[in-house]
Design a protein around this ligand. Sequence first.
Ligand code: GLN
Length: 205
Amino acid sequence: MPRVGVLALQGDVREHVRVLTDLGADVIAVRRPEELATVDGLVIPGGESSVIDKLARAFGMRHPLREAIADGMPVYGTCAGLILLADRIADGAPGQQTFGGLDVTVRRNAFGSQVDSFEVDLDVPVLGDPPVHAAFIRAPLVEEIGQGVEALATLDDERIVAVRQGALLGTSFHPEVTGDHRFHRLLLDLVDERVRRAGADDTAR
Ligand code: GLN
């Protein structure tokens, strides 16, 4: 069975572990490069992106994560995780870096202090019915997407809040908090596909 990790440096790690476990995945918390090397896919949770960035550098995880992403490992980032997957950030903390991989510009804390947090029902055509009940918690927005990036969901005013590029998925919101498992299912499908393809390559060799 393919194994997926949840990056466990900071943030809502437990919620993601629970959703992935409910979906029948073999799940581990990933803090070290040796752990990252054993997984076929990864979730980067919500939390505080500048803290996850700092801890990733302190734990020697930045480079291995960038390599895994470049190598095509499926990764799903929620909220702070989306920020960390973005190639470019607006309103980052001083010196804040991202792992990158998604050809997007993401604005941190885009919804201002008044409406830090809110919930809406979002149409996500790739997931079909019903809409996703999405919780936005000091959420980022995707301000710009490159050519290879697909917008998976937008708010009523067309602002983009979910994207996919190859094996990378990112959402501004937290489906793990509202109990929707379909984005995680999508990640597991990408993981299965990649593991199957790697197996076929080995047989061909
Ligand atoms: N505002 C946080 C950040 O900048 C993200 C919030 C979240 O993940 N819920 O990382």
